[in-house]
Design a protein around this ligand. Structure first.
Ligand code: GLU
Length: 456
């Protein structure tokens, strides 16, 4: 049956040539599923994996807009609707210059399992564009978003497909997208997009939900191994929304965050990025639109800026021990040599925050050497879980309170951790086999739904 998994991985590579990130995710997920295929031959008989790796639908489209100089710009737009077995397609939009089908498909495929793990009724999808919002004026971003939605609106709906933000798409972009959707359709379909502003249907707590969820998941992982998160020294990458939410929750739980990073290098703060002022400053850094983190060291002079370096070597650079690393920036941020640095420095816990931040070989190595590794599709599922709560808020024409959202999110993260640990124990005899456990637990629910719904 392992043969079945290998065959589908090869098929997927052949059918999606050059889409390396997509190949990487499919390989990582399907490999974990081998023991489930052994136990359930009916899945092979009905070509379940072949169906899973093929999006139900994908659209690519032209996005035409005019920049501030009056020049006509043309970008590519995408929406891959991967799987709707357990609910409407749900997943973010990514605007970044490196976006191409391989990235949107890897994200869409991951999203199937992540969304399933939340226990909520949401299927998997993802979209985006090669548009780069960095350095663009507000008016340019608005015109781009309007042009993007002028095509996308016909493919989405509160019970069909519900996009949200991802890299390059925050509250501002969601606002412009929502405005254009409403203008074209003449409908206030609050639940057609999530991550909306609070005045028009957004969920209190959604902005920090991904980061809060990551830390709650990591806390469960530590607890299961007899450790507590309080006073732990933590290093993260990135300085966007996910990093900010992670920093804030680490502060709330009394851990000491010592790094953040950007494309320009990384910051080491020996005093910890652990005060309200410092955590709030991360938002300012991001809002500056310059995409650099160096100014942190000017604002807080005890901190040091390492130009051109990643934080994975901070243990060696500073002669300190880090208890847990949490990559929060982007895919393939941690390669084999970085994993080696993390382990050599004595770190025992690693929890992914961003989507697929670790290359497959580095992930394998960390799984062998660390006490526990938390996988992104489980640890960062709190964001999309709150998106689903936002959909419920909108369809119920109501407003949920902050504390209720936090309480629900906390419980969801505990449930997700338990589901991963139980599946790890059941199929791999190891409660710390969380990477495999997440893939299996996410898969099982989708598989059962697909089996029940016949050959579609
Ligand atoms: N882009 C986020 C993710 O990777 C959020 C998706 C959503 O809220 O729909 O899960």
């Amino acid at each position: 049956m392992a043969n079945y998994v290998e065959r589908v991985i090869e098929l997927c590579k052949k059918n999606n040539p050059g889409e390396l990130e997509f190949h990487q995710t499919v390989e990582e997920v399907l490999t974990s599923l081998a023991p489930v295929m052994d136990a359930n031959p009916q899945y092979e008989e009905c070509a379940l994996l072949e169906r899973l790796v093929e999006p139900e639908r994908g659209v690519t489209f032209r996005v035409v807009w005019v920049d501030d100089e009056g020049k006509v710009q043309v970008n590519k737009g995408y929406r891959y609707q991967f799987n709707s077995a357990i609910g409407p397609y749900k997943g973010g939009l990514r605007f970044a210059p490196n976006v191409y089908p391989g990235i949107i498909k890897f994200l869409g495929f991951e999203q199937i399992f992540k969304n399933s793990l939340t226990g909520l009724p949401i299927g998997g999808g993802k979209g985006g564009s090669d548009f780069d919002p960095n350095g663009k004026s507000d008016a340019e971003v608005m015109r781009f978003c309007q042009a993007f939605m002028t095509e996308l609106y016909r493919h989405i709906g509160p019970d069909t497909d519900v996009p949200a933000g991802d890299l390059g798409v925050g509250a501002r972009e969601i606002g412009y997208l929502f405005g254009q959707y409403k203008r074209i359709t003449d409908r206030f379909d609050g639940g057609v997009l999530t991550g909306k502003g609070i005045p028009y249907g957004g969920l209190l707590g959604r902005t920090e939900a991904t980061g809060f969820g990551i830390v709650w998941y990591a806390e469960e992982m530590l607890k299961a191994n007899g450790e507590e998160i309080k006073d732990k020294v933590v290093a993260i990458s990135g300085f966007g929304n996910v990093s900010w939410g992670t920093a804030w929750q680490l502060q709330r739980l009394g851990a000491k965050l010592v790094t953040i990073s950007g494309p320009d290098g990384y910051i080491y703060d020996p005093d910890g990025i652990s005060t309200d002022e410092k955590v709030a400053y991360l938002l300012e850094l991001r809002a500056s639109g310059k995409n650099i983190c160096a100014p942190y060291a000017e604002k807080f002079p005890n901190a040091k800026f390492y130009a051109g370096k990643k934080p994975w070597g901070v243990q060696q650079d500073e002669g300190i021990k880090v208890d847990m690393f949490i990559p929060c920036a982007m895919q393939n941020d941690v390669h084999m040599e970085h994993a080696q640095q993390i382990v050599d420095g004595g770190c025992k816990f690693y929890c992914e925050g961003a989507n697929m931040p670790t290359t497959n070989d580095a992930l394998q190595f960390l799984m062998e050497k660390c006490v526990a590794v938390g996988p992104a599709k489980a640890a960062n599922a709190g964001g999309v879980a709150c998106s689903c709560i936002e959909m419920g808020q909108n369809s119920g024409h109501t407003v949920f309170q902050h504390e209720d959202v936090y309480a629900q999110l906390h419980q969801i993260m505990k449930n997700i951790y338990n589901a991963c640990a139980e599946a790890g124990e059941k199929y791999y005899g190891n409660k710390n086999a969380l990477v495999q456990g997440a893939n299996i637990a996410g898969f099982e629910r989708v598989a059962q739904a697909m089996m029940a719904q016949g050959l579609v």
